[in-house]
Ligand binder design. Structure first.
Ligand code: DC
Length: 212
């Protein structure tokens, strides 16, 4: 079974997808982590993030997999490195290169071969348009900034995080290749005012209800 969860930055996709994967006994496919890993490797290698061809060669060469902690890049667990501020700031640019996406999407389908909960923008529209269940989590930009702030707990102001979220929303929804959008037939779940548990239970009801 493939469950795809789409939505903008900070809508709670990661938390909800992890809980859903556990509940359903499926692999968690964090597609954003794969773009973050490529971006991390690009920055480490001093490659220009605006150089599409150079970024695409990095994406084609890097070996990505997942262990119980998270992403593994060329055999080394890099879950912490890919969440850095430098990666946050560069990832939308790297992920917008069509050649980078073309190199990464087939890997995502391989990871999900035996079933998965796949999370990330474009998972419901491009990567798994035929998924058994497709959800789009939405939340206001301010609510998403509040969640990011409490997740990080590093004292960064909500206003700064909000500005970054708005910048990424704009980049992610206006890029030409696979922009963030609500696909047809995708169930939209407005998460404002709902806890992660409440969102998970809504999604589980929908998955179980549909297969009952
Ligand atoms: O969900 P996240 O914040 O880890 O995603 C990091 C970046 O990767 C985000 O700016 C958009 C990009 N991304 C993408 O383009 N396609 C995906 N399927 C997942 C993430």
């Amino acid at each position: 079974m493939i469950v795809a969860i789409d939505g903008p930055a900070g809508a709670g996709k990661s938390t909800v997808a992890r809980a859903l994967a556990d509940a359903l006994g499926l692999v968690l496919l964090d597609t954003g982590a794969m773009y973050r890993a490529v971006t991390w490797r690009v920055l480490e290698s001093d490659v220009d993030i605006h150089d599409a061809a150079a970024c695409a060669s990095v994406a084609a060469e890097v070996q990505l997999s997942f262990d119980s902690v998270g992403i593994v890049v060329d055999g080394v667990s890099r879950e912490q490195e890919i969440r850095s501020r430098a990666v946050d700031q560069a990832v939308s640019v790297v992920a917008a290169h069509p050649a980078v996406r073309a190199a990464i999407v087939p890997n995502q389908r391989v990871v999900a071969e035996s079933g998965a909960v796949a999370e990330g923008r474009d998972t419901t529209t491009v990567v798994f348009p035929e998924a058994d269940h497709r959800f789009f989590l939405s939340a206001s930009a301010r609510e998403r900034a509040r969640r990011r702030a409490s997740q990080r707990g590093d004292g960064e102001s909500i206003e700064v995080i909000l500005a970054d979220i708005q910048r990424r929303d704009h980049l992610d929804s206006t890029r030409e290749d696979s922009p963030l959008k609500r696909g047809e037939g995708v169930m939209v779940v407005d998460t404002d005012g709902l806890s992660a548990e409440e969102v998970v239970s809504k999604l589980l009801d929908s998955v179980r209800g549909a297969s009952a």
